[in-house]
Design a protein around this ligand. Sequence first.
Ligand SMILES: Cc1cc2nc3c(=O)[nH]c(=O)nc-3n(C[C@H](O)[C@H](O)[C@H](O)COP(=O)(O)OP(=O)(O)OC[C@H]3O[C@@H](n4cnc5c(N)ncnc54)[C@H](O)[C@@H]3O)c2cc1C
Length: 301
Amino acid sequence: MPLSPEQEAEIAEQRSTARPTLRATSPGMEAHLYTAHPVLDHGFVRVVDYMGDDAAICQAARVSYGRGTKSVSNDEGLIRYLMRHWHSTPFEMCEVKFHVKLPVFVARQWIRHRTANVNEYSARYSILDREFYIPEPDQLAAQSVINNQGRGAALSGEEAQRVLRFLQDDASRAYDHYQEMISTEGQQGLARELARMNLPANIYTQWYWKVDLHNLLHFLRLRADSHAQYEIRVYAETMCRIVADWVPFAYAAFEDYRLGGATLSKTALDCLRRMLKGEEVTQENSGMSKGEWREFRATLD
Ligand SMILES: Cc1cc2nc3c(=O)[nH]c(=O)nc-3n(C[C@H](O)[C@H](O)[C@H](O)COP(=O)(O)OP(=O)(O)OC[C@H]3O[C@@H](n4cnc5c(N)ncnc54)[C@H](O)[C@@H]3O)c2cc1C
């Protein structure tokens, strides 16, 4: 259960209070505003605020006085042109502020994206909740034998049960000791900023994360990708669905050129041209390393 009944009630109250505005709004994003989308076992993503829409991207690109919309098809074409040619600044005119609840080990990967503004829940000031990420059985996977940075098939039988027991027992014991150390019953009580250091990396934290659309798309391209770890990828995929509703033209262009597209090196492009002319190109005569060739073939297949 990612949200308590009190938190649900606060969100419902926020959602029921409408205010008139002269600002541009996106109907798709208005539907998401404040709603917490569950991710993993205790996490969520919810939009706290946003600025701009597809028209705002075009308005900035044209530096226009009005809404910037000449026609819907013009806007879509312009956005696709901007995305295709890496004209990034018009996309920076849109902003979004998320409230995210996520395990600490996911937060460590996420925080590497420096082009956002972050404010995290203070575990120096507040007491962390007893909430730990425990993978679903199908995500409790073995180390991959072909990719050092990946996982293989799900563990099974006694091994799966033992791993699950370790994860649950260790988290529970660490949290019991955390509570005992900060308790002031019959003792001074250790400072929260110190007691937290024995908590495992699967405990949940929360933050507000504000980012512009250009840098958000960069984040999503890296983290909604199959190479990203499952636990961050599910957050990115949830955010992809939100962005698709917020700025449908920009998201469709992003999906086409970035998520679904590929970048080819000069050597790879030469090989492709040779193949189109009917030449049999192999790794040996391609000028590419084995790894490059494997990735090139995977792009084409
Ligand atoms: C699948 C995957 C595996 C990874 N594995 C590892 C790993 O093993 N070890 C590890 O340490 N990291 C790893 N990372 C993290 C990765 O190296 C990046 O730190 C992370 O993806 C953030 O990307 P970024 O710097 O482009 O994003 P942002 O910080 O959002 O930056 C966006 C862009 O802004 C520019 N920029 C931002 N700040 C600066 C700056 N100070 N100087 C110059 N340019 C700047 C850069 O062009 C950058 O691409 C991994 C990431 C992925 C997706």
